[in-house]
Structures are given as structure tokens and as C-alpha cells.
Ligand binder design. Structure first.
Ligand code: SAH
Length: 511
């Protein structure tokens, strides 16, 4: 664990784009900081690591009015440190590669403020490794140069020697060059670099929106204009820019470039988004549901006082477990309320959530429906005359209860939470669907489907190119009832199963 220094500034590299490419030390410092000054290029998801009470200052350096000057950033850094705070200055990529760290350090030294520099993965390195463009390769590039494009505009005090760059026998990587790409290409060619030299642009490196455009040096400007490449982007020039498709792992992932809408509650969407990102997809969160605890109901409180009467307790979702233990904590109780109870869970994730509270479930069958859980529990335990407490969502179906009762159990079903409709930015999503920007709409529960199509008419989806993927038959049935064309129903009723099924379709071996 980092021992944060007070009245001190950490100049931290946020890495190239994808949030988890930051260093471990960088992430730990974000967790403990009192104040974070954040660059535009640093992934905003990193700020979720920060303490809830940490002060976050966004310092985008744009050209034009409303922008923050380097001088203002220096002053803010000094002022926050002199207030005795642990300050993290979060910069895209590596802080010292075209990062103006020198100016910040001079200001800190003048004010007598201590500092540390935490390296980060610079954009060039990451762009190379996420595209198969090797910056160095013993066959054709034994050297690499990082160059700022800012000075291509004929600035008098430019340090760039175009003659040398034109002759450079390795890979050239230009940062901040997209606005002056034409000048860069012209200058290199004017100084003798061959017009057919391979060139590539890599935009949004390491993000699911990453793009690569290739052309020869004399055609790269036109190609980028036609492809509408936007910053941030790097320009790579030299034999390396041709790329090696053997080494391109990132863009070959089946979900790469696929925009996938998730329609769960906020926490569910965040968890699902991680899985989509891990497979190279581009998640778009659209909340349809807010989870609302019902643990202040009289029914729940009454059952708590009689927990001792039950033989088995069943949890069917991680949400249920979390809400139950939050309610326990509020009442000053803990896992000991279950001391002599036997516990069953629906799904390994529910069991894993229970384990976080120190409880090992007694029965965790690998099933995905309440009915199947009930069947298996009846098969392994003699439930005849036994008292079973089921703690679930108010919206759960009665299948589980019916099966248990058929097995002779005396069942008490107490709702722990309910889900209320809550929709995200409807207009924005509808536009994206109608413009053909969405590849998949995913539904992980019937209530998500209902709430989604209350907000967006089924015809808007049926008429477009977005495909509809459902987590299982119950959700598909609901979608059918709503008049929605279902393109795919997962075989395994989990979010991983849903993504496996989407991958199969994208690979061309699915239904
Ligand atoms: N310190 C940063 C660079 C800052 S200069 C680093 O080490 O990466 C800003 C330039 O970096 C942008 O104009 C662009 O050329 C490049 N850049 C940063 N992030 C990028 C990304 N994800 N994809 C492509 N280029 C990126």
C-alpha cells in the first residue's frame, strides 16, 4: 500500500487510453489522492478509483477560449500542494513524452514542493502493440524516433531537422500531427523521402474505437480525409507502417469494433461493460432499471426475527445477497444470523457474493433458472415438512416456489428488492440505432426488455440494422410478446453466455 505524502505532487502517466494499462503504482496513487488534476487524454474511468471525497480538477488544454493555460495548471498544482494535499497530476500516456512535465517541475521546485514521476505507457508503444505495427524489427527498423507534429508548421524556433528525418533509416512516429499531416508529408518528401514510403495513422489506440488507416506517404492525407480520422492519432512512417497481420491480435477479436448496448441497472451495465471490453467490443450503457431495496418492509423485518425457524435459505442473485447484508449491517448484525442455516444459491456468482460476506453456500448447482434450482434442491435434500426461506426480487417468477412446494417444503418468499424503470438518454440512443451505429442490443431480463421498449418503439429497432440478443428463453419470450425480432438467444443464460453467442454469430458460425 502506498504511503501518500502530504503537500506533494505525483506526476502520473495514465497510459495510452484503455484504463487498465496504467501502472499499479499509478492506480494506487489515484486511490489515495486528495486532489487529482486530470488531462483530457486520461481515461475518465480511472477517476472511478478515486476516493469519493477526492477533489477532481479537469484541465483540458484546448486551443481557444475557455481553455486552461499551462501557467494556470502549474499554479493550481502548487496551490493544492501548499494546502497540504496529496496531489496526483494525471497525464495521458507517459507524463514525460510531450507532456510538458519540465514546466510543471520548475514551478514545483520554485515553490519548494516535492514531486515524484510515475511512468506510463506512451501512445506510440501502445499503438504499435495494439495494431501489429512493430516500431522496431531487426529486419527493417533498428531505430525509432518520436517527434512532435506541433513544429511542422514552419515555426522559426523549431528543433526539427527535416533533412535528418527524411534520411532516418527507421520508424518515425509523430505525435500531435494530424492537423498538420499534409505539411509533414510534404516536408519529408521535399527533403527526399520516397513518395511510396508506407505511412499509417492510428487513432484512439487501445480503445474499442481504435482505427488504423494506411497509405503511401503521398496519399496518406487524402486517405485520412476520406476516412475522417480524428484526434487523438499518431502518424507512423517507414517500413514498419505496413504492419504485420500475424502480430495484430487486438483488431482480430470477434467483437472488435462492435458497438453493444447493455440495458441493465447501472452496476450491472458496468460489470457487463468490462466483459465486452475484454473481448474488444465497444460497450454503450443504457440503464433500464434501478434496483430498489425493500428491506425496510415489515415483512422483511418480521422474517429476520424468525430466521431461526428455517432449515434452508435461498438467494437467487448477487444483488439479493448484497442488499440483504447491507440491511444487516444497518441493523448492527452480520453473517452470524445464518449460523445454523443451510444455504443454497442460484448461480456461482451469487455464491461468490455470499463468500464475500464470509459464508460458504451449502448447495450451488450449476443451473440458470429457479425451476432447475428447486428441482435439484428437492433431489438432494429431503424437504418434506422443512421450512425454506427464499430471498429474491419482487419480480421473480413463482417457478422456484412451486417446485419446492411440490417437494413438500413449507416455503416463505420474501422480496428483498424490486427493479423500477429508469431510462438513460432515450433520444441519443434512438438516433444511434436509426443511424446504424449500433451492432447489438442486449437484454438480460424480461423487465429490462419491457422498460427498454416502453422508451423506444420496437419498430425503430426492427427496421434498423442493430441485432437483438437475449440472455435466455424467458427474456426472448418477453421480447417476442413486445413484437421485437429476436436475432439470438444465449445457450448459457449468463452475460458470458450472451457474449459467447454474439461472438459465434460475428465469427459466422452461429445461427
Ligand atoms: N504524454 C502522451 C502524449 C501527449 S501529446 C503520451 O505519452 O502518449 C498528445 C498526442 O499523443 C496526441 O495528439 C496523439 O498524437 C497522441 N495520443 C495520445 N493518446 C493516443 C491514443 N490513444 N491514440 C493515438 N494517439 C494518441
Amino acid at each position: 500500500m502506498v504511503q501518500p505524502k502530504k503537500g506533494f505532487v505525483y506526476l502520473v502517466g495514465a497510459g495510452p487510453g484503455r484504463a487498465d494499462l496504467i501502472t499499479l503504482r499509478g492506480a494506487e496513487l489515484i486511490r489515495v489522492a486528495d486532489c487529482i488534476l486530470c488531462d483530457k487524454l486520461a481515461n475518465p474511468a480511472l477517476l472511478e478509483l478515486a476516493r469519493p471525497d477526492a477533489e477532481i480538477v479537469h484541465v483540458p488544454k484546448r486551443i481557444g477560449p475557455g481553455s486552461v493555460t499551462q501557467e494556470q495548471i502549474n499554479q493550481t498544482l502548487v496551490a493544492k500542494a501548499l494546502e497540504g494535499k496529496t496531489v496526483v497530476r494525471l497525464k495521458g500516456g507517459d507524463p514525460c513524452i510531450f507532456g510538458r512535465v519540465t514546466e510543471e517541475v520548475v514551478a514545483l521546485n520554485e515553490a519548494g514542493v516535492g514531486f515524484e514521476i510515475v511512468p506510463g505507457v506512451t501512445a506510440a508503444i501502445a499503438a504499435s502493440e495494439y495494431t501489429g505495427i512493430m516500431l522496431t524489427d531487426r529486419r527493417y527498423s533498428s531505430q525509432v524516433a518520436f517527434i512532435t507534429g506541433r513544429e511542422a508548421d514552419g515555426k522559426e524556433d523549431s528543433n526539427i531537422d527535416w533533412e535528418v528525418l527524411a534520411r532516418f533509416p527507421g520508424t518515425l512516429v509523430f505525435y500531435m500531427g494530424i492537423g498538420v499531416l499534409g505539411r509533414i508529408a510534404e516536408r519529408l518528401m521535399a527533403c527526399g523521402r520516397a513518395a511510396e514510403t508506407p505511412a499509417a495513422l492510428v487513432a484512439n489506440a487501445t480503445l474499442p474505437t481504435q482505427r488504423v488507416v494506411r497509405a503511401s506517404l503521398n496519399e496518406i492525407v487524402e486517405t485520412c480525409r476520406a476516412e475522417r480520422i480524428e484526434p487523438p492519432a499518431l502518424i507512423i512512417i517507414g517500413a514498419a507502417a505496413e504492419g504485420d497481420s500475424e502480430l495484430d491480435w487486438f483488431m482480430k477479436q470477434p467483437l472488435f469494433g462492435k458497438t453493444i448496448v447493455t440495458t441493465r441497472d447501472t452496476a450491472g451495465n458496468a460489470e457487463f461493460a468490462k466483459k465486452i471490453l475484454d473481448r474488444g467490443g465497444n460497450p454503450v450503457a443504457f440503464s433500464t432499471i434501478a434496483i430498489q431495496p425493500l428491506t425496510d418492509s415489515n415483512e422483511f423485518l418480521r422474517v429476520l426475527t424468525h430466521l431461526g425457524d428455517y432449515d434452508w435459505v435461498i438467494f437467487t442473485s448477487p444483488n439479493g445477497v448484497r442488499i440483504f447484508f447491507e440491511a444487516m449491517a444497518a441493523l448492527g448484525k452480520d453473517a452470524r444470523v445464518f449460523a445454523s442455516k443451510r444455504l443454497a444459491t442460484l448461480g456461482v456468482k451469487t455464491a461468490a457474493t455470499l463468500a464475500q460476506y464470509g459464508i460458504k453456500a451449502d448447495f450451488v448447482p450449476t443451473v440458470f433458472t429457479g425451476r432447475e434450482l428447486g428441482r435439484q434442491l428437492v433431489a438432494i435434500a429431503n424437504l418434506n415438512g422443512k421450512k425454506v426461506l427464499s430471498l429474491r426480487s419482487e419480480l421473480a417468477t413463482n417457478d422456484l416456489l412451486e417446485v419446492l412446494e411440490t417437494g413438500g417444503a413449507i416455503v416463505q418468499d420474501v422480496p428483498l428488492y424490486t427493479a423500477v424503470p429508469k431510462t438513460g438518454d432515450v433520444e441519443a440512443l434512438r438516433r444511434q440505432i436509426e443511424d446504424g451505429q449500433i451492432d447489438w442490443l442486449t437484454f438480460a431480463s424480461p423487465s429490462a426488455a419491457r422498460n427498454f421498449f416502453d422508451a423506444i418503439p420496437p419498430d425503430a429497432v426492427n427496421a434498423g440494422r442493430a441485432k437483438v440478443a437475449s440472455i435466455g428463453p424467458v427474456t426472448s419470450e418477453q421480447l417476442n410478446k413486445l413484437g421485437v425480432r429476436v436475432d439470438l438467444t444465449a445457450v448459457e443464460y449468463t452475460t458470458d453466455g450472451l457474449l459467447d453467442a454474439i461472438e459465434a454469430v460475428e465469427r459466422g458460425d452461429g445461427s
